[in-house]
Design a protein around this ligand. Structure first.
Ligand SMILES: *Cc1c(COP(=O)(O)O)cnc(C)c1O
Length: 381
């Protein structure tokens, strides 16, 4: 038995050995500034160029459409603030959903303070956006639609291609936060009519603190970090070369393994859901039954305080998470679960298990066994 069973891969993942090995020389030996003209600088610039190519290959776009950032949150901020501010003359209306990551929702609130109008679309009780709602929400002043590819709490995967088609037809830019989707879903920015896309390396076995934003050629956007001329003048600051190298290596690996990885996680997920439903009464599976990330399981367990449950799982070496803020003693319900229309006590807290590469069938058995024991115990008191 492993010491720790980690099933919180949507929160973050470890860095794969192959990825780390590629990164290491850029900390100690190949440390040149990519803006310098001597060979040590060129060496770093070439490493960044290679990573940019690896990202563009994975997304089916041009290298010149990739901007490296410090992660998913910054990419979300840059996409929304950047596109909205630069296109204000065309209109001030933005469409998003109620279940976005805070990187999007908080940025939308900022834009509202700057005079933008934001429509927050409802989702159905499985977390799906209705494409007719998207269509209906578009008006003459709409400049941008931002709908996440896959939800980080409940794993629901949105009809991205259909939304992209509507946006393109209506002449509205379409951004998607694909932080959870990379490595799990095949993404083709051209075919899906995606104009902008956020990603973050630490969600697919790359390092933390590095991400990228794809923005289609020809779309105007303002930078939010100003200073030097890095990243085509759009993101100032000396590049995080080791991080960028790691991101490039990780996305290439993830993309090459996507089918295999998917199948493995899918089988484990289905086994886990089946075992939970069979053994633990009073459980509801949150999110869509099939249109969901292969490794995502999100359940509400009747009569159970998830904060206590998570601590007891931790006592037996299981790292899982709550779909909401309950863990920190915060009683605010998850904005995602509330948007699903579940406002009874049972759904205020949920248990999120997100599987990854190193998980096995035995891990699931161990989790179920302990979950059964703990739930039984908690229900008795
Ligand atoms: C993790 C995550 C982010 C934030 O990415 P960071 O790199 O941690 O800033 C944004 N959106 C989604 C959907 C995420 O899961």
């Amino acid at each position: 038995m492993k010491e720790i069973i980690y099933v919180d891969h949507s929160a973050t993942t470890y860095v794969k050995k192959e990825v780390l090995d590629k990164m290491l020389p850029y900390f100690t030996v190949k440390y040149g500034n990519a803006s310098s003209i001597y060979s040590k600088g060129i060496e770093s610039k070439e490493a960044i160029d290679k990573a940019r190519n690896q990202v563009s290959e994975a997304l089916g776009c041009c290298e010149c459409e990739i901007y490296f950032t410090a992660g998913g949150s910054e990419s979300d901020n840059l996409a929304l603030l950047g596109i909205a501010r630069a296109n204000k003359a065309k209109g001030n209306h933005i469409i998003t959903t109620k279940i976005e990551h805070l990187g999007i929702l908080e940025t939308c609130k900022r834009l509202e303070k700057e005079g933008f109008e934001v429509t927050y679309l409802d989702v159905d009780n499985t977390g799906l956006v209705d494409i007719e709602d998207v269509e209906r929400a578009i008006k003459s002043t709409t400049i941008l639609i931002s709908v996440m590819f896959a939800n980080n709490e409940i794993g629901t995967i949105q009809p991205i291609e259909a939304i992209g088609r509507i946006a393109r037809c209506r002449g509205v830019y379409f951004h998607t936060d694909a932080v959870q989707a990379i490595g799990n879903v095949h993404i083709d920015t051209r075919k899906m009519h995606i104009d902008a896309l956020s990603l973050s390396a630490h969600k697919f076995y790359g390092p933390k603190g590095v991400g990228a934003l794809y923005i289609r050629n020809g779309i105007n956007f303002d930078s939010i970090i100003t200073g030097g001329h890095q990243e085509q003048n759009k993101r100032a600051g000396t590049e995080n070369v080791p991080g960028i190298v790691g991101l490039g290596a990780a996305i290439e690996l993830a993309n090459n393994n996507i089918d295999c990885y998917n199948e493995k996680l899918y089988r484990l997920r289905e086994y886990c859901i089946e075992q939970i439903m069979k053994n633990i009464p009073g459980v509801i599976l949150n999110g869509h039954r099939t249109k969901r990330l292969p490794g995502n399981i999100n359940i509400s367990i009747k009569g159970i305080q998830v904060g206590t449950l998570l601590l007891m799982l931790n006592d037996v070496g299981i790292c899982a998470s709550s779909g909401s803020a309950c863990t920190s003693g915060n009683t605010n319900p998850s904005h995602v679960l509330v948007a699903l229309g579940m406002n009874s006590d049972i759904s205020y807290c949920s248990l999120r298990i997100t599987l990854g590469e190193e998980n096995t069938c035995e891990d699931i058995d161990y989790i179920i066994c302990n979950l059964y024991r703990i739930v039984h115990k908690l229900r008795r008191v």
